[in-house]
Design a protein around this ligand. Sequence first.
Ligand code: ADP
Ligand code: ZN
Length: 748
Amino acid sequence: MGFRRPLDSLLDQLQPEGGANTSRPLVPVLMPVALDQTYDYLLPEGFEVVPGAFVLVPFGAQTRIGVIWDEPRGPQKPLKPEKIKALTSVLDVPALPMASLRFAEWIARYTLAPLGMVARMMMSASSAFEPEKPRFGVRLVEGAPPPARLSEARVRALDLAADGLIRAKAELANLAFCSNAVIDGLVKSGNLVEVAIPDRGFARPNPAHHATGFSEDQAQAVHALRAAVDGDVFSATLLDGVTGSGKTEVYFEAVARALEHDRQALIMLPEIALTSQFLDRFERRFGVKPVEWHSALSPAERGRVWKGVARGDVRVVVGARSALFLPFPALGLIIVDEEHDQGYKQDDRVHYQGRDMCVVRANLGKFPIVLASATPSIESHVNALTGRYRHVVLKGRFSGAELPDVGAIDLKREGPEQGKWLAPRLVEAMTETLAKGQQSLLFLNRRGYAPLTLCRSCGHRLECPQCSAWLVEHRFRKRLNCHHCGFSIALPEKCPKCGALDSLVACGPGVERVAEEVSERFPEARVALLSSDLIPGLAEMRDMIHRIEAGEIDIIIGTQIVAKGHHFPDLALVGVVDGDLGLSHGADPRAGERTFQLLHQVTGRAGRALAEGRGLVQTHMPEHPIMQAIVAGDREAFLNYEVKTRQQGMLPPYGRLAALIVSARDKDLAERTAREVARCAPQSEKISVLGPVEAPIAVVRGRYRWRLLVKAPRDLDIQAFLRAWSAALPPFKGDVRVTLDIDPYSFL
Ligand code: ADP
Ligand code: ZN
C-alpha cells in the first residue's frame, strides 16, 4: 500500500455501491494529537501532495493541520464512503523529510507515545504554518521638505534615519528615545516611508573561515572525527576529555567537514550551556553566528528557523533538546555536547531521552554522531568499552593547566559553627583567594533561602497545600514557593497553625542564605548570585556571565546553572557547600553518577587558565567511594565502582527500566488502581515488576501518586511487555492517569 490509494479498493471492502468520488485517491493523514493512527482523506482533483506535506483537513468540528503519511498507520477501521472527508488545502510549507517520518515512528514505538504526539513535537513552530507576513519598517524620504512642526524628538528620529537604512518603527523609536506616534507623524508628513523589510536570510557558516592549530593529541582526534564524517555511514563516537581539553575545538572540525560535504549539522547543548561564549566561539571558527533553537526564541523566530532548516537554508543549528525534531532535509552530523547531562531527558508528554534519540536519528539517517563529555554517562562509557561506540580520548587540558586539587571537608569533624554553612577551612581558602585578586565560586544545588520553614512554638512545618513537599523560602522575593507545582505565598508573619508571631525559623541553606553569609563575612567582595529564579532570561544570564569573565565579580554563588559550559579565567577556588545532596535518593540508580559528574564538573571550573585551581567539597560522608573518587580526581575508580554496581543490580545499561506512575485526586482510588494495574501485569520469567509503592513525592498538584518499576534484561523487548500489559488493563475510573516512562531518569 502506498500513500495514495484508489478509493475503489476501499469501496470493494464495503458495499459495492460506489459513488461520484470513486476515482479519487485517498491519502493517510496524521493529526498532531494524542492518537496513534492516520485517517484517510480524499484528495480533491487537481491537488498534488507528497508524503510529509502539511495539509488542512476537517477534523471533528474544526479544520486542523495534519501531515500526509506515506502509509496508513495504526488500526484502520473501514469508513463508509459518505463519511470520508476531503482535504481542505495543501499548505505552502516545505514537507517533512522522509527521515522525519521514520524517526517519528521509531520514537513512538520506543516510548509508546501516540505517533500524533511525536509528530506534534516536529511541528512545534506554529508560525511556520501561518502565511508569511512581510515585516514593515520605515526609511527616510530624501529631499522631502521638512515637516511643519520640527520637535526635538522628530529631529532625533530624522537624524538617525539619515543613513537611509530600513528599520522597524519600534526600533527607530527606541533609538531616538521617542514614542511610536512620533514616527507615525513623520510618515504622515511624508518624511519617512513604510517599506517591507527584506528577510535577512541565513548567513552560511564558512568551514574555511579560521584554521585552528592543533596539538598532536587533538590532531588525532580531529582526524578520527573527519574520517567518520567522510565515511558517510552511521557511526557513534564518544569524544572523551577533561574540561578544557579542546573537545569543542575538535568537534568544530567535524562540523566543518560536514559543511564541506554540503550537509547540515546539529550541535546539541543542554539549554543552560547555550551561552554567548559558545556562539562567539562558533563565529570565530566559522565567520558567522550559528542559528539557535531553544525555548527562549520568540514564536516568529521559531517559525523562521523551522522553515530555514526545512528549506536547507540553515546549515548549522545549535540547540537544546527539541532541536532534534527540526525538519532537516540534509542532516549529516549530530554533536551532543555534555552528553551525560540529565537535561536531555524529557519528562513531559512524550518521555524521551534526547541523547539516545539523537543516536537513533543518526542511525536512520546513516550519518555519524559524536557524543562529547568530560564525565560520560555510564551508558556511553559502557558502549565505548564494548566497542559499540568509537572512543576518542583527549588527555589533559590544552592550556597545560593542571586539574584542580580537590579536598574534602568532613562536616562531622570540622563543620561550620551553628547557624553558618561555610566551614572554617573553606572560609580561609576564600579569604586567601580574595587577597590574591582571584575568583571563588560556591556551589549549592538548592534555590531559595531555606528548604524548610518551621514554627518554633508549635513545631509546624510549612508544606505546600497541593504537594507533599516543604515550601522553600525565597527571602529575596519575600515568598514561600513550592518547587514542584509553583504554589507561592507571601512569607507569613505568624505561624498559620498556632498563630504565634515571629516564630517561624528557616532551616537549612539555599543559595540565597549562602549569599547572605558571604556578604557578612566578605563585605568588601563583589558577589554574584546565579540561580534560575533570580535571573529573568537567557539575555540577563549571558550578561552576568560576561561580567564574571571580565573579572568584575569576586565571589560567585550558584546552583547548577554555574556548573556547565562556562569558562571563567580568573576562577581559582570552587567550594561545594553540600556535596551529599545528590547521594541521598535511594531509588535512583543514577544518583551516584549524577553526583560525581556534577561535583567533578563544578570543581573542574577552577584554575582552567591559572597555574593552580582548588576545589573543596563539604560532606558528611568523606568515606563514600564516590566522594573518594572525586577527591582523588580518579575517574577510573568511579567508573569501575559504578559499572560494577550497575552490573550487579541489572541496572542500565545492563538492564532496561520502565516506570508507571498512577495518579488520581482521590487517595484511595490512586492506591487501588495502582494495585489493580500491578495485578494485570503479564507473567514473565525474566521481567519483574516492582511495587506499587507510594512515590517519594507522594502528592503533586493535588494528585496522589504511586509508582511501579519494570526491570528487564537488556536483550528483552520491554515495549512488547508494556504493550501487552496496557492492553490487559481495564478502563480507569474517574480522573486516574497512568504515565509510562521508558528509561526513567526521575524516580520522585
Ligand atoms: P572542552 O570543550 O574540552 O572543555 P574547549 O574546546 O572549550 O575544551 O577548549 C578549552 C580552551 O582551550 C578554550 O578556551 C579553547 O579555545 C582553548 N583551546 C583548545 N584547543 C585549542 C587549540 N588547538 N588552539 C587554540 N586554543 C585551543
Ligand atoms: Zn506544590
